[in-house]
Design a protein around this ligand. Sequence first.
Ligand SMILES: *Cc1c(COP(=O)(O)O)cnc(C)c1O
Length: 425
Amino acid sequence: MTELALLGGKPALSQPLTAYPSIQDKEINAVMDVMKSGVLSGFFGSPGPKFMGGEQVQALEKEWSALYGAKRSISVNSATSGLHAAIGAIGISPGDEVIVPPVTMSATVIAPLLYGGIPVFADIDPDTFCLDPQKVREQITPKTRAIIVVNLFGNPAPLEELRQIADEHGLKLIEDNAQAPLGRLADRYCGLWGDIGIFSLNYHKHIHSGEGGICVTQDDNLADRMALIRNHGENVALDYGCDDLVNCFGLNLRMTELSAAVARTQLSDIEAHVQYRERIAKRLSAATRHLPGWTVPEEREDTRHNYYMWTVRYDESRTGVPRDVLSKALLAEGFENETGYIEPIYMLPLFQKRIAMGRDGFPFTLTDRQYTKGLCPVAERLYENEIIQFQPPNYSVSDEQIDDLIAAVLKVYDNLDQLKDVKLP
Ligand SMILES: *Cc1c(COP(=O)(O)O)cnc(C)c1O
């Protein structure tokens, strides 16, 4: 009998996984060139040629637009900033409702609050982990102004249907595409189904510049408004011919020339960075998809899933072993994994105590919406009992190590009986 590592046996992986080496000489040289130029930021917050940023920033935006077929790309210092710029640009006003998914990085949901908007949660589809279009329809009211969809874990959301819902009801569709660069549905990249799509360049994403973000749009007016929000718009609105001043004031969301130089270098290798994660995920899926109670990520027809994360849905009723025990057993074998991803965002104290802007509960004072447990049962169930995930982004994994990761899962499944009586503290 093989003994599981959790119970003292030898782990399936002989060595811990190490970090993915994303920064190479190319990136270092690009940064050195900017350093030598002495111009670390090309922005100036007043009318004139420097309002739109320096050489590296503008080149990055051009290259980003060319790759994605976007009319305009507006760089910012994070995807969080990009979400703020997008929500501001579409004119969200106090009391407006914005439909959001409960399972995402919190920044998606917080962005509307910055402008007094009310986040309204619609449940997710357990197969895609993304917004369920039917649940979105159920939340639409006369106060709804926008939908923010997240292509979670790199899997394209049902973007065709959501685009249609938005058009039917005169809503803006914002795509938080932080996790799905080069993700694709039918003939269109993720990020381009929305009126605005937002990419992240933070350290954990497929390509990065430490921190950074890019907003893409086919709409010049939205692009111009985001540029105002990015760079002290109040000083520039007049010269810029902006006749709608709503939300176009007072932020600095600008990217440095250093970050832009790193991002340009990473962008030139984006296909390789994405394929790195796909290779690991596809092999893990192929070798483990037959296991009972172990549903590997779906890849729908005519989509590209870029596997920001490889997320399995686990059903303990098929094995008799609770998820958290199985996860611990995998960890002990050296299979780095996490459970649950993120607790539904409405469970955060901010929503439970209804305290966001100022001490009087604004903007929750403008809504009767409740944020009680049970609001999105699918999201809660996945978080509490089902999600197990592996994050290729964090690791450098050789082909042999993929074999070891697969061996770890198969070993745990071959020895489930050893886990039946394990109690976690
Ligand atoms: C990473 C991430 C963000 C935030 O990105 P930053 O660039 O760190 O601000 C927002 N939404 C999602 C879905 C993300 O994964």
